[in-house]
Design a binder for this molecule. Structure first.
Ligand code: 6PG
Length: 502
């Protein structure tokens, strides 16, 4: 046995992580149930490394275990769900031991990770590392969210920090330019221990929820420009390119420019005009929304983004409804009005983005309390600055906010973010008002604004709601002029309607 680490699953992500480890000088043993994928990984390794093989292909689980140095680290890059347990069973049959570690890198549901750690205790250490950044990230520097037993982390840390994306500590921006055989070896690695058992997968789940919100917010700005302002995809790309220079500088903004500029070779149209408006989803955004409901930690912008995908998928129904339902009559805008609206949309996107991140971080904080995790929000914001899909200059501002106050109740009350929203909210409100008057759905923008308005108001109409609950169900209410927790009820059914202390 001479390999530092073993891989099971050589799909796009597994193969890319394998080659990334090899570039960083680690010996990797690689196995896949599909022998063709083992061959493909080995071939690519040799091609990229001037004919010299670094990755060792394996023919079985037993062969894999034999090739990795003890205590072994075996990484799973298999689809989330049943395949993870199935591979774990195979590894047990093949003789994996209690001192070995199995690392799940899939988009697993965090509670499955908690369950698995217990289930496999004594047989091997079940560890997890959520990976963000897609194929290019995995190959040249992903953002990694490891969690589980700290002993396992100490073993894996040098490998994970070597292959992770790196941030320039001066600018807070990703260090670019990695290529086959030339990994980035300087800078702050985007791989930090998140916490015990499911913490890493939970944090990755929230990353994806924020990713859904970020994407939908950009899509809403596009929708207003495309349909209400009647702009071409190319013109919108130009606006996004400018936005990508400032506070909205992010990977998702950058790729939106590229998608909008792409011409379709088949039809000669802008590609975006021929892409079917029916969104797919694999469930991580929905899990985030569900968790926010369970923990009573409001994440309405993330949830709105999940709903927007679901609504988009109802294409047939929408086509039928479009023949029956009418929106408002809209007068065309002057060039000056268009320019104003574009500026308003910029601020709406910025403020809504702040709210979406505020929701995501507050959700993580609620989950940490519920599960006894100690999450370091500075570290989390920092490992999202490079490698992952939501990477953005904005993440540095979030790290700074938690640096000012680690116990921050909500990002919105951080001085910097509070001032940002205060100075941009007029435009934010106008953008939503205009979109609404023009009949363009902006569920993510407006849910973010309602979140902000609800969070900043001392008094909400839940007083009436408590009265309603007491009326029909004797659910009782607290009084503003009496100690908290003291419950009152009005005998609504009687003529006197007497108030009683419960
Ligand atoms: C990442 C992405 C990645 C991903 C998901 C979400 O961080 O690299 O979040 O995990 O694209 O698969 O995909 P859906 O949009 O299909 O739910």
């Amino acid at each position: 046995a001479q390999c530092d680490i073993g891989f099971v699953g050589l799909g796009v992500m597994g193969k890319s992580l394998t080659l990334n480890l090899a570039d960083n000088g680690f010996q990797v043993a690689a196995f896949d149930l599909d022998a063709g994928k083992v061959d493909a990984a080995m071939t690519q390794d040799q091609v990229e490394n001037n004919g010299v093989a670094r990755v060792q292909g394996c023919s079985s689980f037993g062969d894999l275990l034999a090739k990795v140095k003890a205590p072994r680290t075996i990484v799973l890059s298999v689809p989330a769900g049943a395949p993870v347990d199935s591979v774990c069973r195979k590894l047990i049959e093949a003789g994996i031991g209690p001192d070995d570690t199995v690392v799940d890198t899939g988009n697993s549901l965090w509670s499955d990770t908690v369950r698995r750690e217990k289930k496999y205790a004594g047989l091997f250490m079940f560890f997890s590392t959520a990976v963000s950044g897609g194929e290019a990230g995995a190959r040249f520097g992903p953002s990694l969210m490891p969690s589980g037993d700290e002993r396992a982390w100490q073993r894996i840390k040098p490998m994970w920090q070597a292959i992770a994306a790196k941030v320039d500590p001066q600018t807070g921006k990703p260090i670019e330019g990695a290529a086959p055989g030339k990994p980035i070896t300087e800078g702050e690695p985007c791989a930090e221990y998140i916490g015990p058992n499911g913490a890493g997968h939970y944090v990755k789940m929230v990353h994806n929820g924020i990713e859904y919100a970020d994407m939908q917010l950009i899509c809403e700005a596009y929708h207003v420009m495309r349909d209400a302002l009647d702009m071409t995809p190319k013109a919108i790309a130009e606006v996004f390119r400018q936005w990508n220079q400032g506070v909205l500088d992010s990977y998702l903004m950058e790729i939106s420019v590229e998608v909008l500029e792409q011409q379709d070779s088949h039809s000669g149209q802008p590609l975006v005009d021929v892409i079917m408006d029916r969104a797919g989803q694999k469930g991580t955004g929905m899990w985030t929304a569900m968790s926010s409901l369970e923990l009573a930690a409001p994440a309405p912008t993330i949830t709105a983004a999940v709903y927007a995908r679901a609504m988009s998928a109802m294409k047939t129904e929408r086509v039928a409804a479009a023949k029956v339902l009418r929106g408002p009559q809209v007068a065309p805008m002057s060039e000056q009005e268009k320019a104003e609206t574009i500026a308003q949309l910029h601020d709406a996107l910025y403020c809504s983005k702040i709210c979406a991140y505020a929701q995501g971080f507050q959700l993580m904080s609620a989950a940490a309390k519920a599960n006894g995790w100690k999450l370091d929000f500075i570290a989390i914001a920092k490992i999202w600055r490079a490698g992952c899909i939501i990477r953005a200059v904005f993440l540095q501002s979030i790290a700074d906010a938690y640096g000012r106050d680690q116990e921050l109740a909500n990002l919105l009350v951080d001085q910097f973010f509070a001032e940002q929203i205060e100075s941009h909210q007029g435009n934010w409100r106008m953008a939503i008002a205009k979109a609404t008057m023009m009949g363009i759905p902006v569920g993510a923008f407006s849910s973010a604004l309602s979140y902000y308005d609800a969070y900043r108001l001392e008094t909400l109409p839940a007083n009436l709601l408590q009265g309603q609950r007491d009326f029909f169900g004797a659910h009782t209410f607290e009084r503003t002029d009496q100690p908290a927790g003291e419950m009152y009820h009005v005998e609504w059914g009687t003529a006197e309607r007497k108030m009683v202390k419960m």
